[in-house]
Ligand binder design. Structure first.
Ligand SMILES: O=C(O)CCC(=O)C(=O)O
Length: 265
C-alpha cells in the first residue's frame, strides 16, 4: 500500500478536491481486499455476486449501487483493512487535519446495468460540518467509462455550503442549486483495479452508469477530522450516543468513531 504522498500530490488534492493514486494496492493486497469485501458482501446479501443485473429494486436510487455500510463492524477481515493507520496518516497529510477518525466504511458495488450516481457532496449527509473531511475510494475492479467510473467537478470543494441536497435521480440537481458549478467541466477518473482516489468531503462528484454485464466493486472509507462537532444530523451515529450529545459537542466516541491516526506535533 502506498504510505506516502508527495508535495505535488498534496497540492493537487487541495486544489482539485481529489487525488487519483494509481497502483495504491499491490497485487497481493488487492486480492486480500477483494476477498474480504466480496465475502462479507455476499454474506450480507445472502447471494453470490453472480451477474444478476440491477433493476430489481423499486426505486431508481436503489438501482445505483449495492451500498453495504459499516462492513468493518461485522467482518474482522474488513476491520483489519480499514483500521490500518497508514490510511489515517495519508488522510492527515492530504487534509492537514491534526487527526482522523473513521466516520464510516462502505462497499459500493455497481451491479451490471446500474444507474448513474448523481453529482453530490458527502459531508452534507454527515453529522458534522467540516471542510477537512476526506474519503478513500479503492477500485476493486477496473472502473471505466463503460462500467461507472467516478467523475469530479475539480475545484468545487469550496463552492457550496453544508446544506443537504438529496441525491436524487437527476445528475444536474446539485448544479441547479449551486449554478456556479455549471462552469466546471466534469472530469472522469477511470481506475485500474487497486487504484485509489482520495476525495474531499465537499467536492462535487458522481459516477456513470454501469453499461456492462460485470460488477464494478469499490471499497471506501470516510474520515472525520479530530475535533469536529455534532450538527444534529443522525447519519451513522447510534441513538444512544445521540441522546448524550448536544449540537456543538465534539464527536469523540471511540467505540463508534475510532481515532485512526493523530499527528504528533
Ligand atoms: O462508487 C460510486 O459509484 C460513487 C461513490 C461516491 O459517490 C462516494 O463514495 O461518495
Amino acid at each position: 500500500m502506498r504510505d506516502a504522498v508527495s508535495t505535488e500530490e498534496i497540492e493537487h488534492y487541495r486544489e482539485q478536491g481529489y487525488l487519483h493514486v494509481p497502483g495504491f494496492l499491490d497485487p497481493g493486497e488487492l486480492e486480500q481486499w477483494r476477498n474480504a469485501v466480496t465475502t462479507e458482501a455476499e454474506r450480507r446479501l445472502e447471494r453470490a455476486l453472480d451477474g444478476q443485473p440491477a433493476g430489481h429494486f423499486p426505486t431508481a436510487y436503489e438501482n445505483v449501487f449495492l451500498q453495504l455500510m459499516l462492513m468493518s463492524r461485522t467482518s474482522e477481515d474488513v476491520r483489519d483493512l480499514m483500521h490500518d493507520e497508514r490510511l489515517g496518516r495519508l488522510g492527515t497529510l492530504l487534509t492537514g487535519a491534526g487527526g482522523i477518525h473513521i466516520w464510516h466504511d462502505q462497499a459500493l458495488i455497481k451491479e451490471p446495468l446500474a444507474n448513474p450516481t448523481s453529482l453530490h457532496r458527502d459531508v452534507p449527509y454527515w453529522s458534522f460540518d467540516s471542510f477537512d473531511a476526506i474519503s478513500i475510494w479503492v477500485a476493486l475492479d477496473e472502473a471505466t467509462l463503460q462500467n461507472g467510473c467516478l467523475y469530479f467537478l475539480p475545484g468545487s470543494q469550496r463552492m457550496t455550503d453544508f446544506e443537504s441536497v438529496g441525491i436524487g435521480e437527476n445528475m444536474g440537481e446539485l448544479v441547479a442549486k449551486y449554478p456556479a458549478l455549471a462552469a466546471i467541466e466534469p472530469v472522469p477518473v477511470p481506475c485500474s483495479a487497486g487504484d485509489a482516489i482520495f476525495i474531499d468531503g465537499m467536492v462535487a462528484h458522481g459516477a456513470g452508469p454501469n453499461m456492462t454485464r460485470g460488477y464494478r466493486r469499490a471499497m471506501t472509507c470516510a474520515y472525520m477530522p479530530k475535533g469536529a462537532r455534532y450538527n444534529g444530523k443522525k447519519n451513522i451515529l447510534s441513538d444512544a450516543y445521540r441522546a448524550r450529545l448536544a449540537i456543538g459537542d465534539v464527536l469523540d466516541n471511540e467505540a463508534e468513531l475510532p481515532l485512526l491516526f493523530e499527528s504528533v506535533t
